[in-house]
Design a protein around this ligand. Structure first.
Ligand SMILES: [Zn+2]
Length: 152
């Protein structure tokens, strides 16, 4: 929000939607922006998504990659498809979000051995992932939905 206000005051962005609150200072009053539009297109620099638990869960959308059910992040684990103890790597293409039940059931086995199937083959998130991340964070904000490509 701070950044959005700076961009508005600097004339770099236009307000699209406000949330009904006001910011007051000695000199001015500003509606608190909820959605802004940059006046100029800004290329988002390519940045590799860092490899960590939270980003693995975000990449998989909070969905267990074995049973397909959605969980809160605290109820998910990061499963190594090929277990570390069997030479699996600690890398994007070998980790998936898994619920505790599925992780327990799979144990130290390969998916095949456990009779489990992955919803999709894991990989490093592409640049489009930042949109996915934004969608995940934005899904509780009604006003953002139409900008984050949710169906109404
Ligand atoms: Zn599961």
């Amino acid at each position: 929000m701070k950044r959005a206000v700076k961009l508005l005051l600097g004339g770099k962005a236009l307000e699209v939607e406000a949330n009904g609150h006001l910011l007051r200072s000695a000199r001015c009053e500003l509606r608190v922006p909820e959605v802004i539009r940059l006046k100029n297109f800004v290329r988002v620099p390519y940045k590799e998504v860092s490899f960590c638990r939270k980003n693995v869960l975000l990449r998989d959308g909070g969905v267990c990659q074995y049973c397909g059910r959605e969980f809160r992040f605290e109820d998910l684990t990061v499963d190594h498809v090929v277990p570390l103890s069997r030479g699996g790597a600690d890398q994007w293409n070998n980790v998936v979000a898994a619920c505790k039940d599925c992780n327990r059931k799979k144990g130290n086995q390969l998916p095949d051995e456990a009779g489990m199937m992955l919803l999709r083959r894991p990989g490093a998130p592409r640049s489009a992932t930042f949109l996915q991340v934004a969608r995940h964070h934005g899904r509780s904000r009604d006003v953002w939905k139409k900008y984050l490509f949710y169906e109404s």
